[in-house]
Design a binder for this molecule. Structure first.
Ligand code: OGA
Ligand code: MN
Length: 277
């Protein structure tokens, strides 16, 4: 990313391998005039933070649409309430998996390009959103590891993540989560741009062709590697912050918070533009 573009976007790097703050005004963001530079910056930095920009839901939708095609949420709505409060979101239980490192949309042929969250109500403690750069994590592996991992395939499923937050589920719940399906994805995503990133996280069940022990050790090792402090940015929310992440080159998770705290984020998503490959 050139210094000129960083200057134009009034942006500053948060840490060497991940995250930039962008200090454009709301009007500048909604005008769409910086959309293409913001897309480039997002791909380079993984996460962009717009501090206390205070988008309304309509403005967030408008901003999302400047960057690409808005991907409707499951209910067909443009926005989604990210909360563990079942009174505000009847399917809140499903979000418990968001406390573990993951990508959004590993069950889809084309995963979403990016997610955008606005902080509305914060938890008094906890409830940061953390991101790690899976491009940087890949790039810094040894050549020997890269050669070994490059062709590996991993089975992903939503039911794998169920066991993280509900280790003894009922059979009915297990079957319900299994009905979502399973997908075999490459361990290393070879993007059209030529860059490569790791595809791991709490939906990753096993590496094909390895013993259960070797597979588990490799997935744990790669998660541990990719989430080292130098690859991670932990966003401590202020009300009104907006954060966008490149879902194709990062993993993310929420840090623990009280489900009854009222924490509420509004999410919009950008449709994916390339399949896992
Ligand atoms: C999500 C998600 C994390 C958070 O919305 O996909 O993982 O901090 N959210 O709420
Ligand atoms: Mn998520």
């Amino acid at each position: 990313m050139s210094a000129v573009i960083q200057e134009k976007l009034k942006s500053s790097e948060i840490s060497p391998f991940i995250g930039s703050q962008v200090h454009l005004s709301k009007d500048e963001l909604l005008s769409g005039e910086h959309a293409s530079d913001l897309r480039d910056l997002l791909e380079q930095r993984g996460v962009l933070v717009f501090p206390k920009i205070n988008f309304t839901d309509e403005e967030q939708i408008q901003f999302t649409e400047t960057l690409g095609n808005l991907a409707p949420e499951m209910a067909g709505e443009p926005t989604y309430k990210v909360t563990l409060d079942t009174k505000a979101n009847s399917r809140a239980d499903y979000l418990k998996g968001s406390m573990y490192w993951h990508l959004d949309g590993t069950m889809n042929e084309v995963p979403i390009l990016a997610s955008i969250l606005s902080g509305k109500v914060l938890a008094p403690t906890g409830g940061n959103t953390e991101f790690c750069n899976t491009y940087a994590a890949w790039e810094q592996l040894s050549d020997e590891d890269k050669e070994q991992f490059e062709t590996m395939k991993v089975m992903h499923s939503a039911w794998t993540s169920l066991f993280y937050y509900d280790p003894e589920p009922s059979l009915a719940k297990t079957k319900e989560m299994m009905s979502i399906g399973e997908r075999v994805l490459p361990l290393v995503w070879k993007h059209r741009s030529g860059r490569k990133s790791l595809v791991i996280g709490c939906t990753a069940h096993h590496v094909e062709g390895l013993s259960a022990r070797d597979s588990t050790q490799l997935l744990v090792r790669l998660r541990e590697w990719a989430t080292q402090p130098q690859f991670v940015y932990s966003h401590k929310w202020s009300v009104g912050d907006c954060v966008i992440w490149d879902n194709t080159g990062t993993m993310h998770r929420a840090t623990p918070y009280d489900p009854n705290s009222g924490r509420l984020m509004i999410r919009t998503k950008l449709q994916g533009e390339e399949p896992f490959a």
